[in-house]
Design a binder for this molecule. Structure first.
Ligand code: BES
Ligand code: ZN
Ligand code: ZN
Length: 500
């Protein structure tokens, strides 16, 4: 799918025109509408005045046009202008593509200001492109139907002459972010039988080679030498050995790096504390944080952002077997602290313990971990927003704003030291589950906090947003959460630095 920007001029040559409108908005003022032939304009006006379309939120109408090369007008309701916000805006480009696919439209023209938020041409074009690519994506492993898969070949974004250049640049950026988000979704959606720690490492190697990022993989031997008892402990039950992926993008001179840490559990059975049948089939997605880190680093490299970024992904399969780690095991981590394993299904925090402690080695500016860590985060927030944990008020504010801006929304939960009491161990230093059954997302975050060594840190629990939900106008499966946010964060750091 190719997206391009063009200035308003002659009537666009496309099979379909998509127009997004607020309730009561006068379509006659829309510059794209005004390019249409008079008879088509009259037809659309008649359709609207006859009650065919009112601009209600999420109302989508397709109006067939006969006897012209223009075959369809797609009208998309934006609802009440006063109630408009960013989350709704980013759905518009997705709705356009979803409708084009359903209608089997191959070429489409639409307007650059479809987001309805007066944002500038560059960012509008970027966000439209990213979200169109996300909506176009499907993870398919089926036989192709006789008439092929729906294919959208070209989308033209019409804009004012003065905006065309910025829009073209925005499209370039949006393509990179959208492609890397979809690459993340491919890795995540890959079934557990095919996605192993080795496969994930290969994906990182390939991405590194393609985009000029240095990739180092620690094997079991290296991890033993380093003392990564957490990763090695969780990995014991699997026939496939764990590994530890390090990606280094250096484009910021001597500045301290942004370190991204992603949970890479390629399948989470729960281990000896085996998960019940409900939900286990989705646990191939438990490496979504790791996939997001791999492709966020790739996106940042492709955008050539002038900063240093390090990606760390402990990759492991959590399996029950004769060689599995046991409830009650005491694992010595890279930090020197021991973890008392009281539940083998709380494995994510165990592998992240090594990664967070190892992050210190890079003298980080900021460490952000991203993990499908707890079902409890979903219990607290539902499936529309990730959980955000930090003790730093400034970072909390920045992350929330960048989350909204990027579309990867996040909402804070407390990380008070009082919660530390809940993860006290008997024989080891820290227990991997809490004494209480309440506040599981918070106690998991408190556990991670024990391995953070003096640097600014934010934890993102993306279990809530791991998969798409229907109202998001995306294909079922992995959402690709994290990539859009990390690019936005990297750009923020380049522009403003991080003062904490
Ligand atoms: N990978 C899961 C968390 C998860 C659950 C992610 C559902 C996405 C959807 C994690 O490893 C886990 O099993 N956590 C346990 C922790 C418990 C044993 C303290 C959980 O959330 O139940
Ligand atoms: Zn688990
Ligand atoms: Zn897990």
């Amino acid at each position: 799918m190719k997206i391009l920007a063009k200035q308003f001029g002659a009537a666009p040559k496309a099979e379909a025109i998509a127009l997004a409108l607020f309730e009561k908005e006068d379509i006659a003022k829309n510059p794209l509408f005004r390019l249409l032939p008079n008879n088509v304009q009259a037809l659309v006006k008649k359709f609207i005045s006859g009650g065919g379309f009112s601009g209600k939120e999420s109302e989508t109408k397709v109006l067939p046009i006969f006897e012209t090369s223009l075959k369809k007008i797609i009208l998309l309701g934006r609802g009440d202008k006063q109630k408009w916000h960013r989350r709704k805006a980013l759905l518009i480009p997705r709705r356009v593509i979803q409708t084009a696919k359903q209608e089997r439209v191959k070429t489409i023209a639409t307007h650059l200001d479809m987001l309805g938020d007066n944002s500038e041409a560059h960012s509008s074009a970027r966000d439209i492109t990213t979200n169109m690519l996300m909506a176009y994506f499907e993870y398919r492993r089926k036989v192709m139907p006789k008439d092929g898969w729906p294919e959208v070949k070209e989308v033209t974004l019409l804009c004012e002459k003065k905006d065309a250049k910025a829009a073209t640049e925005g499209i370039r950026e949006g393509n990179i972010i959208g492609e890397e988000t979809n690459e993340t979704r491919i890795l995540s959606n890959t079934p557990g039988g095919e996605m192993t720690p080795a496969t994930l490492a290969d994906a990182a190697r390939r991405a590194g080679k393609k985009h000029g990022v240095r990739v180092t993989i620690f094997d079991e031997k290296k991890m033993k030498a380093l003392g990564f008892g957490g990763v090695l402990g969780v990995g014991k039950g699997s026939d496939i050995p764990p590994c530890f992926i390090v990606m280094e993008y250096r484009h910021g001179g001597k500045q301290k790096p942004l370190v991204l840490v992603g949970k890479g559990v390629t399948f989470d059975t729960g281990g000896l504390n085996l998960k019940p049948s409900e939900g286990i089939y989705e646990m191939h997605l438990d490496m979504s944080g790791g996939a997001a880190v791999i492709h966020a680093v790739s996106a940042i490299a492709r955008l050539k952002l002038p900063l240093n970024v390090v990606g760390l992904v402990p990759a492991v399969e959590n399996m029950p077997s004769g060689s599995s780690y046991h409830p009650g095991d005491l694992l010595k981590t890279y930090s020197g602290k021991t973890i008392e394993v009281l539940n083998t299904d709380a494995e994510g925090r165990v592998i992240l313990a090594d990664a967070l402690a190892y992050a210190k080695k890079f003298n980080p500016l900021l460490v952000v971990d991203i993990a499908t860590l707890t079902g409890a985060a979903m219990g607290a927030l539902g499936q529309r927003v990730s959980a955000l944990f930090t003790q730093n008020q400034k970072l909390e504010k920045i992350f929330r704003e960048l989350g909204t801006q990027s579309g990867d929304e996040m909402w804070p939960l407390p990380l008070w030291d009082e919660y530390d009491a809940d993860i006290q161990a008997t024989f080891g230093d820290i227990a991997n589950i809490a004494k209480t059954k309440y506040g599981g997302a918070i106690t998991a975050a408190s556990f991670l906090k024990q391995f953070v060594d003096g640097y600014p840190w934010v934890h993102l629990d993306i279990a809530p947003t791991m998969t798409t939900i229907e109202s998001q106008h995306l294909a079922k499966g992995a959402s690709g959460v994290g990539v859009r946010f990390f690019v936005e964060l990297a750009k923020h750091i380049v522009k403003n630095g991080i003062s904490v």
